[in-house]
Design a protein around this ligand. Structure first.
Ligand code: DCM
Ligand code: DCM
Ligand code: DCM
Ligand code: ZN
Ligand code: ZN
Length: 264
């Protein structure tokens, strides 16, 4: 996601933290964030160029047209190093943060960075094209028109759908968009939220599942009907926006659930 998508995920997540997780997040956030996780939710994008090793951790690539994710097959970087993808990163930073739960004083890790990475990657893994096909780099090499504007398909899903929704339906106010998603979480998705929060067999977090859902949504919604040069307008926007809303909501709910399990 772009700046807004990440801010939305983190706003939703912070509002759902219990007392202990809320306290831990407050302690771990840098001073300048003023206890607002959303304000630093894109930090991981800003440090890609300083921490070169981190740029592969924002996504995972899957084989052409299979529409499934397998950790052993797909979670590696361009050099084939195992675990270096968004799924491995979420496991890794979750494990680092568990050391805070065990011993609040000393950790061998920088847990402020761990919190900011985990919060960012939990957003990215829910962006369907962050678990897209290797051959087109998650839609980055597919050029389209977003209405009259030249764009690539990946950017449409990172930013354009969200920005167009904000402009058209929420008076360009991100806060109003967040409120609308929050209302959906408590109303139309109310009966599903428990399922979103749950992982199999007592796992603290379950990024394999989140990645599998993303590539399925990428096939069903993001790639579907799109080829090089496609013009994407109202038909595409209005039919895909519900998926964007759902994935932002799930990202926020699961970030909160994961942090509540880590610190709870
Ligand atoms: N990893 C983890 N917890 C898991 C799976 C993976 O912390 N349940 C981390 C450990 C490694 C990286 O991901 O840093 C790669 O893991 P693997 O050795 O399983 O490929
Ligand atoms: N790292 C990560 N995810 C992994 C493995 C490592 O985020 N699956 C992070 C932890 C370290 C950094 O990458 O801070 C450098 O790791 P390495 O020593 O493996 O290059
Ligand atoms: N990206 C991705 N899959 C890839 C390569 C990149 O999802 N195989 C993401 C990372 C960024 C965006 O696409 O969000 C643009 O990447 P870059 O800046 O590396 O071109
Ligand atoms: Zn992206
Ligand atoms: Zn990212």
């Amino acid at each position: 996601w772009g700046e807004d998508g990440h801010a939305i995920v983190c706003k939703i997540a912070q509002s759902r933290l219990g007392d202990t997780a809320s306290e831990a997040v407050k302690k771990l956030l840098p001073e300048y964030a003023e206890n607002d996780l959303a304000s630093v939710c894109s930090w991981a994008d800003h440090v890609k160029f300083i921490f070169h090793w981190s740029s592969a951790l924002h996504f995972a690539d899957t084989p052409e047209n299979l529409c499934n994710f397998q950790y052993n097959r797909d979670c590696k970087d361009q050099n084939g190093e195992k675990g270096r993808c968004v799924v491995g990163a979420i496991n890794n930073y979750t494990n680092q943060l568990l050391s805070y739960g065990r011993n609040k004083v000393h950790s061998q890790y920088n847990l402020t960075q761990a919190l900011l990475f985990l919060s960012h990657f939990m957003g990215d893994i829910h962006q369907p094209l962050h678990v897209g096909f290797l051959g087109d780099k998650g839609g980055n090499t597919i050029d389209v028109h977003w209405y009259k504007q030249k764009q690539n398909l990946h950017h449409v899903w990172d930013d354009s759908i969200i920005e167009t929704a904000e402009e058209r339906f929420y008076g360009s106010e991100i806060g109003d968009f967040i409120n609308a998603i929050q209302e959906n979480i408590t109303k139309e998705w109310d009966s599903e939220v428990k399922g979103w929060e749950t992982c199999n067999s007592n796992q603290t977090t379950c990024p394999d599942l989140y990645a599998s859902e993303s590539i399925k949504a990428a096939c069903q919604w993001a790639y579907k009907g799109v080829t090089e040069g496609s013009v994407l307008g109202d038909d595409y926007f209005l039919s895909r926006l519900p998926t964007v809303n759902l994935r932002l909501a799930q990202g926020g709910v699961r970030l909160a659930a994961t942090l509540n399990r880590i610190f709870g």
